[in-house]
Each structure stands twice: as structure tokens, then as C-alpha cells.
Design a binder for this molecule. Structure first.
Ligand SMILES: [Zn+2]
Length: 246
């Protein structure tokens, strides 16, 4: 028997009403069987919901692995569940954490997820919050951007203004190609990104504007999708609602 805090990432229905629920703990991600949880009258019904933060009592069953005995909600982030735009962000966070493969960075991912959920509940700028989350996650996953030399010819320069997510970094003007997508950078944005990637210094993150961060967010999604051969379906919902997300 083990009692520990965890964040529900998602649930699938099993047999009539049982749930196989994937939970992010501080030290791992585990699947836990919750008997009868898809029955709305079951006391554990709440734990099938994405991104519920709870104190959970789990035990090793004789069959079928870990099982939930009981749990107490710590925070259900209920204010985020009644708003369609917030819900699109919750769906994105849960899909991302379910599809990416983490090795041993669970504690970092766990703390980051809680801090982003608390931030969203306090009505912080949604695009800023989700971009910050995604930059941190890509860094944890080891997906880096080269912001110091042209990724095609190796030219070193302080004034790059083209960023290619497909190529994984900045590109000099000689390698501009009108058939490809580039994100345009000004010198302030380049300096902020260099601090974030090279020094892990996020102090100038708040100076980046929302329109830029939204394009940056979509570019990072593309990088993750290419690196892991996955599709992040919920990013399309964020795209659709992004005009309202700030
Ligand atoms: Zn070049």
C-alpha cells in the first residue's frame, strides 16, 4: 500500500465501468486500475478526469497491476473546466504528457505541470502560460534550438532574424527560402531566446509578446511531432480558439 500525490493524465474505459487511468507521480508515470470509476455513482468517479490533482491510496493487485483504493482531491482546477478555452489548454497538456516519452525527469515535469495549472487558475495569460510550459517541456526532452550559428552553413552572427523549426535553429539571410516557413525574430526576441536556451535564464520571457509566442508555440509543437513521430491533435483546438486565449 502506498499513499502519494499524483496528477491524472487520462483514462480509458475497461470492461463495463472500470478505468485504466494514467497518473503522473513525482517519480514515475503509472497506469492504475480504478474499479467502477466510469459509473457516475462511484465515489472514485472524479478520478477519471484529466489533470485532477489528488492524494491517492494505491496498492499492488493480485492481477492487473496497480489499483486505486481511495483518494482525496487536492485541487480539481474546477474553474478551468467550465471554460471552453481553458479546457482546450487542459486537453493539450494532457495529450502532450501522455504522448512524450520522459526518462527520469518526472519530478521536474510534475512540478512544472502543477505550477502551470495554478497559474492558469489565477487567470494568467493563457498563450504565455502554455508557451512557457512547452519551452520547459522541450528543454526537458532535450529538444534544443541552435540560436548562435546558421543551421545550414554554420555562419556565426549576432543578428539572425529567421528561425526555422524544421531545421532546428536560426538561418542566415543567404539561406532564406520562400517555400519554407520561418519565424521572424527581432534582436530583443533573439536575445531573450538565447538566454532561455543557452543559460536557462527565463527573466526576459515576460518581454516576449503574445503574438510572437503563439507562433513560437506552434513551431515547437511541429518540432515535437517530428522528433517523436506523434500528432498533437489538441493543438488544432488551441489554434482555433487562440484569438480568445489571451
Ligand atoms: Zn547560412
Amino acid at each position: 500500500m502506498e499513499i502519494k500525490n499524483g496528477i491524472v493524465l487520462g483514462s480509458s474505459q475497461y470492461k463495463d465501468f472500470d478505468a485504466i487511468t494514467t497518473i503522473l507521480f513525482e517519480d514515475r508515470i503509472s497506469s492504475v486500475l480504478i474499479k467502477n470509476a466510469f459509473n457516475p455513482n462511484c465515489i472514485n468517479h472524479i478520478f477519471i478526469n484529466k489533470l485532477i490533482f489528488a492524494n491517492l491510496e494505491i496498492y499492488q493487485g493480485k492481477t492487473n497491476g496497480l489499483k486505486l483504493k481511495t483518494g482525496k482531491i487536492i485541487n480539481s482546477f474546477s474553474s478551468l473546466r467550465s471554460d471552453f478555452d481553458d479546457l482546450s489548454i487542459l486537453n493539450f497538456i494532457s495529450e502532450l504528457l501522455l504522448k512524450c516519452v520522459f526518462i527520469d525527469e518526472y519530478k521536474e515535469v510534475y512540478n512544472l505541470t502543477l505550477s502551470i495549472l495554478n497559474g492558469l487558475s489565477n487567470h494568467k495569460d493563457r498563450i504565455k502560460s502554455i508557451s512557457y510550459f512547452l519551452i520547459k517541456i522541450t528543454k526537458i526532452l532535450g529538444i534544443n534550438l541552435n540560436l548562435n550559428t546558421c543551421v545550414i552553413c554554420g555562419l556565426k552572427n549576432n543578428k539572425f532574424n529567421l528561425l526555422s523549426f524544421k531545421e532546428g535553429g536560426v538561418v542566415c539571410n543567404n539561406h532564406y527560402n520562400q517555400n519554407e516557413n520561418f519565424l521572424l525574430l527581432d534582436s530583443q526576441e533573439l536575445t531573450a531566446l538565447r538566454k532561455i536556451y543557452d543559460l536557462d535564464d527565463f527573466t526576459s520571457f515576460k518581454e516576449l509578446d503574445t503574438a510572437f509566442l503563439f507562433q513560437y508555440f506552434l513551431g515547437l509543437c511541429e518540432m515535437i511531432e517530428n522528433n517523436f513521430s506523434i500528432t498533437l491533435n489538441s493543438k488544432n483546438l488551441i489554434k482555433y480558439t487562440h484569438s480568445r486565449l489571451t
